[in-house]
Design a protein around this ligand. Structure first.
Ligand code: UD1
Ligand code: CA
Length: 471
């Protein structure tokens, strides 16, 4: 098969055959049980749409063609597909007449393709690339022309049952409603993933009828037809968790849970320390280097990378942020989209950073808002500093020079430039640029009245003694 170089880095061997792969993703379902205004396959798990998971796996396998079947008016699904697989072809199924009917929508696109075609479901997101590979390899194997991905169901109710013959070959798939009691007792079920020689697929599809309990065109009838025309069909299996489908929000939550288990395992095995991994939430695209420590109760949304030796302390929330090496973030830090936290810098407790670069060795240690800014290398931003980046109409930029020192409780009103090495006195409201190496103080001048306090106390005491005397 023409698969992508596998991640083990091993050179392709003679066992690799040159069959090409096409993939049909079924995503025409309305997802009514989601009770949602958005199409089911756009719901997310691990910060990635269900469709993104499926197309990501197909992409890793290195399929040559992707055809996605959507329902009418699903523009958002179309653009999500293109975001993950730019060459994906989208076809519409206007009437939902069954899985075989859905697959037949792809015929105009794949008619002349030579190779193996694999059917995936847009709402079965946890399928792994190696599993797709193995079912495709099985379909390309000797004496067979198709393969079905099966699994041992904890509760087989509702699934198509895989009926195997004495030789272990697959004979038929029987849907729940059409199955005999003996067939219903089978626990080996159809995941929905079917790989078949493309030519045979389009030869058999027109033969599929809808004379069954649901009155639908069942893709699963391919197996019986394949056997009747004298060709072999086989089964490969995977774990049930991998082929869990999402029909409602409970299943979505379960898929999210399984994603998190998978991502945490990957991070731990990649050299990340987490004392309570079950409290740390990662995303499909999270990248964490070796010797990073993540304390409990941290959420890493999409687009986060963390460099070697950094620590993210408890209760921090980070998304679309690049964190360098040897950085300390948190506890209770919030890094929002566009934050770039340079090597050896520190973002302390109750600090929010948005669309801002904190350069190497800079410190923003306590209670601050850094928005639309650059904090130069080794600068120090004192406690309670707020960058006033928004004037009600525009976001404005603040540039703080290398080595500058911003005194605590300052308000920096953007647009603003603080020169290299400059000082800003605590409590300043800075509205004009500050030259390099200068001191800017922008607050009420301190006045002092000697012995004022005792005079004040004496006067008040005299007044209150007089009042109580009058009673
Ligand atoms: C299907 C299989 C069943 C298998 C189960 C696994 C058939 C006949 N049955 O049953 O053997 O055990 O999946 O979950 O194939 N879809 C369309 N257009 C349609 C019909 C379906 O795009 O006209 C899509 C759905 O959006 C979904 C997928 O195909 O992603 C499966 O359809 P669904 O109705 O859920 O099939 P099941 O009855 O669950
Ligand atoms: Ca289903």
């Amino acid at each position: 098969m023409e698969f992508k170089a596998d991640t083990t880095g091993k050179a392709p061997t003679e066992t690799r055959c040159m069959t090409k792969l096409a993939c049909i993703v079924l995503a025409a379902g309305m997802g009514t049980r989601m009770k949602s205004g958005i199409p089911k396959v756009l719901h997310q798990a691990g910060g990635l749409s269900l469709l993104g998971h499926v197309l990501g796996a197909a992409g890793e396998v290195g399929v040559n063609h992707v055809v996605m079947v959507t329902g009418p008016g699903m523009e958002a699904v179309r653009s999500e597909a293109h975001a993950h697989f730019p060459q994906a072809r989208i076809v519409e199924q206007t009437e939902r007449l069954g899985t075989a009917h859905a697959v037949s929508m792809a015929q105009p696109v794949l008619q002349d393709f030579t190779g193996i075609t694999v059917v995936l479901y847009g709402d079965v997101p946890l399928i792994r690339p190696e599993t797709i590979r193995s079912v495709c390899a099985a379909a390309a194997g000797e004496a067979v022309r198709m393969a079905v991905l099966g699994f041992e169901a904890r509760d087989p109710f509702g699934y198509g049952r895989l009926v195997t013959g004495d030789s272990g070959m697959l004979e038929a798939i029987r849907e729940e409603l059409d199955a005999s009691p003996a067939e219903r007792a089978l626990r080996l079920c159809n995941s929905g993933v079917i790989a078949i020689e493309n030519e045979l697929l389009w030869q058999l599809i027109p033969e599929i009828g809808n004379d069954n309990a649901k009155g639908e065109y069942y893709l699963t009838d391919l197996v019986g037809l394949c056997r009747q025309s004298g060709h072999g069909a086989t089964v490969t299996t995977c774990d049930e968790d991998e082929v869990l489908g999402v029909n409602d929000r409970r299943q979505l939550a379960e898929v999210e849970r399984l994603c998190q288990v998978r991502y945490r395992q990957q991070a731990l095995l990649a050299g990340v320390t987490m004392v309570a991994p079950e409290t740390v939430f990662l995303s499909a695209d999270t990248r964490i280097a070796e010797d990073v420590v993540i304390e409990p109760h941290v959420i890493l949304g999409p687009g986060v990378s963390i460099g070697r030796g950094s620590i993210v302390r408890g209760f921090s929330h980070i998304e679309n942020t690049e964190i360098g090496e040897g950085v300390s973030v948190g506890p209770f830090a919030r890094c929002r989209p566009g934050a770039r936290i340079g090597d050896k810098s520190r973002i302390g407790n109750f600090v929010e950073v948005k669309n801002a670069t904190v350069e190497e060795g800079a410190k923003v240690n306590h209670l601050a808002y850094i928005g639309d800014a650059r904090i130069g290398a080794a600068a120090n931003v004192g406690a309670g500093t707020i960058i006033c980046n928004y004037d009600g109409f525009n976001k404005n930029f603040t540039d703080i020079g290398n080595g500058a020192f911003i005194g605590s409780n300052s308000a920096l009103v953007a647009p603003l430039k603080i020169g290299e090495g400059a000082y800003v006195g605590s409590g300043s409201v800075v509205t004009r640029d500050v030259k390099a190496d200068a001191l800017a103080v922008a607050r009420g001048k301190q006045v002092e009245r000697e012995n004022w306090a005792s005079r004040y106390r004496k006067a008040n005491m005299a007044r209150s003694t007089k009042k109580s005397g009058e009673k």
